[in-house]
Design a protein. Sequence first.
Length: 467
Amino acid sequence: MTIEEPDVRPDALMRPPHKREFLGHPLGLPVIAGTEAFERFSYYGMQTLLVLYMVKVLLLPGHIENVAGFGWFSGVLALIYGAAPTTQALSSHVFGAYTALVYLTPILGGIVADRWLGKTRTITLGALLMTAGHFMMAFEVSFLLALLLLVLGVGCLKGNLASQVGALYGPGDNRTADAFQIYYLGISFGAFFAPLVCSSLADNIAWHWGFGAAGVGMLIGLIVYLSGRRHLPPDRRVARAVAAKPAPAMTSRDWKVLILLLAMIPVLAIGALGNQQFFNAYLVWADRSYEFMLFGYRMPTGFLVSFDSITGFFTLGGVVIFWRWYGKRRREPDELTKMVVGCLISSLAFILVAVVASQHVATGGKIPLWVALVVNTLNNLGFANFFPVSLALYSRSAPRAIAATMIGIYYLFLFAANLLVGLVGGWLDIMPPAQFWGIHVAAILGAAAIFLLVKLAFGKLLRPQPA
């Protein structure tokens, strides 16, 4: 399941009025949603190609020597992960470091926007950086510089663009929820079509065509954003601290809750290992193992990413509907229980992968593509009970004095999870498949066991408190 970060900063609740509308919404909404659609097209298109490109071309002898600065960079990776015994392991380490940083730089982008450039200029800068990064991916020598520009570009663009959606509406405007649904439709559009387009170009023509398509997508997004700039909310200065109400003092209970929530961050990272591995080692294994031939045409490996995005969209909606239905008939379980259920379902996906991977090694036959569809669906069904539910738990349980800060800390689990993905993904070629995928099963079930223990031991502490 693809993961997107909502904007949770208090200034996202202060909205100027807008008179001109499109389908009942300010004209800025289709501008922002269109920009996000092409930004996600560029991001997921490139990410789908990244690990396969490194394994098949870039990190092989005759190519790796062309990458400027890769010697010292691989040394830094060795300090983090240890020496990489295979090309696949090295590519996994690069991927893990890249995706981990993607979840840190939005903090920097928020600071730049709030203190210096404002959201509009920071978003424009981010789009320019990403466009340059995608085009530079077409050249081996500039690979590391391209990744750096992409990381910084995502940091400048992602959180700031989401916050502009809320800034279109006034306090109490009921259209805000609908606006974010439309915004997420843009995300779904980009995440679905990007892997198909970029993978097809990379497979059938050349890798640089796929990366170039991602760059063109971001360039179109920038054009959409700048052409509709007059419809966007104006940047506002942050209110002075002296005018703000003092934060409530932390109570003894607040400190206990804080310590518990902090202790759960690494458990969340372990529980997310399987989901985050889908863009890394799973794609490499899938490219080798599944039967992608369909009616005489080989489906691009990126098809799996497109299917993942569309099933993630529907399973999330299905889970919401199910719990509403269940809650009308029985007592709806709390967040920790749902997270345990989610982990159990996700573990089934990787149990299935472990079984079919072992059979693939034993027989040498290709695995039917329907297995991949079942794996994606099971994982997304489980993760729909994990990611948004855990976010709700942290949002509700966080001490009021540090509520917004706690959400920022919560997202550090994705930083840690992607570092872990880079480490574990490097073991793909040096372990039997049952053992490799069994590690993912054990991690997910281990997280489920800890969440269950937290519920039994500290359930009362995390229960909703009266206002």
